[in-house]
Write a protein that binds this ligand. Structure first.
Ligand code: PXG
Length: 440
């Protein structure tokens, strides 16, 4: 084929959620990874402060997962997902349910967080309709919510840049206020004290639309992508109560919080609040192959199991729902989590993490620090007229200093693999301290 050698030509690949021109002018390439570290193309070890993109909860190149992938590809590479099955996907569903709180006892497989979101929203609408309440067609999300990038997800999501270019989106959607309240809650440790009353915004929206028209409320228990917004004490419980009062389903998007991030298997366990539907992906397969899972309560599954038994009950699914190789990766990931106690390990590290993170409080430009489990955020004062520039500068400097962080707006987000040692936590924050002292 004509053209420049492939490795020298970065042009063809349109990169996702990336400043393409900046990247292609000064590429940041990872070429391998093991445990807590990536290796960059120029041969440097880079400490993974973000578990990839919040997904490699057990760290990198974990032997059981690597082995399972190769074995499964050789044994059964693919089985049709519709009207056919393979044993391991039933085993995986049963194991997932065993790790979840008792009520959420059926699982539907997808290939990403975005697909889990679409699946959950469609289930909510169809559930009400199957029960003769088709008038419940509205979906309520939240400002600054992130629910992936497909049309349902950006409609209920609340990030303007993810919405404004894409037309009219879903109709019948409204949004609660975000719970971010720097004035009252800056530098809170763990769940902020003020703001359970943000849940009353749901009551206001329900009064406007009439609660009998609302199918579901969807929230991230901890909003990740918009900069780690920790729910105020009592907020999620209050949302549950309001939904219960009005027969509205509550959906938790646990794509980030699922699989141990908070120090409990799921946010459901951590907060003791039980939604009707739980959306997951990312940590399900340790990020190695794409897969998502939607947990639903029995009442939802049962509502669909009607009519002649030869008819399809739910007109939804993906070619790769429960793909054998993804399934094998998920099973091996669960084995790894169980062997190493990773689904609760963050609870042991949380205090050390919190203290180390909050030690950055007096550095230049820091206007807030937030944490929960093994999640952390440092909010920087934006440079006047140049929003996001300061945090992006920190991101590039951190990478050059051997540390991978994430930034969103002018917020630095941290979410290391759950295998991190306390010495590595200290190393992470030492590097970040030097970076924050150096940024303008
Ligand atoms: N819901 C939530 C809560 C998410 O965080 C998705 C859905 C979509 O998942 P997929 O697999 O379709 O990307 C996500 C994804 C970041 C970052 O750094 C976060 C996500 C993805 C990429 C980067 O904040 N979250």
């Amino acid at each position: 084929m004509a053209g420049a050698p492939a490795t020298n030509n970065l042009e063809a690949f349109w990169m996702p959620f990336t400043a393409n021109r900046q990247f292609k002018a000064a590429p940041r390439m990872m070429v391998s990874a093991e445990g807590m570290y990536y290796r960059s193309a120029d041969g440097r070890a880079v400490l993974d402060g973000t578990a990839g993109l919040w997904c490699c909860n057990a760290g990198h190149a974990r032997p059981r997962i690597v082995e399972a992938l190769g074995k499964q590809a050789a044994e059964l590479d693919y089985a049709p997902a519709f009207q056919m099955g393979h044993p391991k996907v039933f085993e995986l569903a049963a194991r997932l349910v065993a790790n979840m709180v008792p009520g959420l006892d059926h699982v539907f497989f997808t290939n990403s967080g975005s697909e889990s979101v679409e699946t959950g929203l469609k289930m909510a609408l169809a559930y009400h309709r199957a029960r003769g309440e088709g008038g419940r067609f509205r979906l309520i999300g939240r400002e600054r919510g992130y629910h992936g990038v497909n049309f349902g997800g950006i409609s209920v999501g609340g990030i303007v840049n993810n919405r404004k270019m894409f037309g009219t989106l879903l109709t019948g959607v409204d949004h609660m206020r975000s719970t971010h309240d720097l004035e009252r809650n800056a530098f809170s440790r763990g769940e902020p004290e003020h703001g359970a009353d943000f849940a009353d915004d749901l009551t206001r929206i329900l009064a406007l639309h009439d609660p009998s028209t609302v199918a579901a409320v969807i929230v991230e228990p901890v909003a990740g992508s918009t900069g780690v917004l920790i729910p105020p004490q009592g907020y999620l419980k209050r949302l549950r109560e309001i939904c219960d009062q009005h027969g509205i389903l509550l959906i938790f998007d646990e794509v980030i919080t699922g699989f141990g991030r908070l120090g409990a298997p799921f946010a459901v366990d951590y907060f003791g609040v039980e939604p009707d539907i739980v959306l997951t992906a990312k940590g399900l397969t340790n990020g190695v192959v794409p897969m998502g899972a939607v947990f639903v309560q029995k009442k939802i599954y049962d509502a669909f199991m009607q009519g002649p038994d030869y008819l399809i009950e739910f007109f939804h699914g993906y070619t790769y729902s429960g793909n054998p190789v993804a399934t094998a990766a998920a099973l091996a990931t669960l084995d790894t989590y169980e062997d190493e106690g990773l689904l609760t390990r963050a609870a042991d590290l949380a205090q050390h993490w919190e203290d180390a993170l909050h030690s950055l409080r007096d550095l230049p430009h820091v206007i807030d620090i937030r944490n929960l489990g093994l999640i952390g955020a440092i909010e920087l004062e934006p440079i006047a007229g140049e929003p996001t520039r300061r945090a992006f500068d920190a991101f590039v400097r951190a990478f050059e200093s051997g540390l991978l962080i994430r930034t969103t707006g002018d917020i630095i987000a941290l979410s290391p693999p759950l295998i991190i040692e306390t010495s590595e936590i200290d190393q992470l924050f030492e590097t970040l301290t030097a970076v924050l002292k150096a940024v303008d």
